[in-house]
Design a protein around this ligand. Structure first.
Ligand SMILES: [Fe+2]
Length: 364
């Protein structure tokens, strides 16, 4: 019997990177009733948003807006409010939010300004508009907590717990370092890279100390799978655009925090870029970390930046991400997929949950 299990596990691992992974439930002879978490970012409120019809067809249990949910780009709070109303009036989105649990965080454009951080003067007023848009409960700490709108959620499915952690990468973020306009034009643009350079020393912050402490606490909460959402990319090596790699000490602190607490079942998701891709880094000790970036719901990009940690293809056409988590097979797994505005699969990976663990847990 043990040999048979070994064979199934080996087959599952071999097949996992392939798109025809639908074979796994067959091999595992279980039922398939996944918990579906869809997510996306970068939705311009003044554009057509046909993608919601495709997302509705998928019937997600939860939808996560990961930032740049509108393009506010203003210090005029009346204007920001009108832009939220414009987004909220889009019929497809209305249908989604009336049928699906909607959660989210923000990125720079909905926070208030392109690439804005702690210096943005209207952040308190912007927070009130953002949380009103998400219909945040009256007594939620998000209305007044130090460090912004970060939040964590727990969803129960098949007696398992899925934790969703959403960071605020704006509220306390120090300014990034950038090359000159001339260097950007002569050196970066030809390489399809953005203008930012990594901070050479520790000190500049991505998250404030209160959020770091909160995150450490969240990583110690019991969960069978943790979806860690950051509005900007975490694992990309260095694109020159906004990403954690612009703050290497902060990026290391985040990865070290996952190690310190031996956080099990972590999958990263992100947005912001206007393209979609998988990134992955190996860790020793520890299991490989995967990140699925989906962007944008409306926004597209011509010049996709290099990313040495990219796994597989990318798409720069409108897209959304879909995570389907299956517990009730002998080998629980999740399928992470990028779909286009018509709901067609662009690329996907299937991850065995036992491979997102410091200690493989198989119940033969
Ligand atoms: Fe952004």
């Amino acid at each position: 019997m043990k040999a048979a299990w070994k064979l199934i596990q080996t087959l599952a691992r071999t097949l996992a990177p392939l798109p025809w992974i639908g074979l796994i439930p067959f091999l595992a002879s279980g039922t398939s009733d996944p918990f579906r978490i869809a997510f996306g970012s970068c939705a311009h409120q003044a554009k057509q948003q046909p993608i919601w019809e495709a997302i509705l067809q998928d019937k997600p249990d939860v939808f996560i807006l990961l930032g740049d949910n509108i393009y506010g780009d203003t210090e005029d709070m009346d204007l920001l409010a009108r832009k939220y109303l414009q987004f909220n009036a889009i019929p497809g989105f209305q249908k989604l939010r009336s049928t699906t649990r909607l959660i989210g965080t923000w990125d720079d454009h909905d926070y208030g300004m392109n690439d804005a951080g702690k210096e943005y003067p209207e952040k308190e007023a912007s927070r009130r508009l953002m949380l009103s848009f998400f219909e945040e409960p009256e007594h939620s700490p998000r209305w007044s907590q130090d460090g912004g709108v970060y939040a964590a959620y727990q969803f129960q499915h098949k007696e398992k717990t899925i934790q969703v952690i959403l960071l605020d990468t704006r509220w306390d973020r120090d300014p990034p370092l950038a090359v000159t306009r001339e260097e950007y034009q002569n050196d970066r643009a030809p390489k399809k890279m953005g203008p930012y350079v990594p901070h050479p020393e520790a000190g500049p912050k991505m998250l404030g100390e209160t959020q770091w402490q909160w995150l450490a606490d969240q990583l110690q909460q019991p969960a069978d799978l943790r979806i860690l959402g950051s509005s900007i990319q975490v694992l990309t090596d260095y694109s020159g655009w906004e990403c954690w790699a612009n703050f290497p000490a902060e990026q290391k602190r985040l990865l070290d925090l996952l190690q310190t607490h031996q956080a099990e079942g972590v999958l990263l998701i992100s947005g912001d870029t206007h393209w979609a891709e998988f990134s992955r880094i190996g860790r020793s000790p520890g299991y490989p970390l995967w990140e699925l970036t989906s962007s944008g719901l409306t926004e597209e990009w011509a010049e996709v930046s290099p990313n040495r940690n990219r796994i597989g293809p990318y798409t720069a056409k409108a897209n959304y991400g879909m995570l389907e988590i299956v517990w009730d097979t002998p080998i629980p797994y999740l399928t992470a997929t990028i779909k286009n505005a018509q709901g067609q699969i662009q690329f996907q990976n299937t991850l065995l949950l036992q491979d997102l663990s410091y200690t493989t847990q198989i119940q033969p």
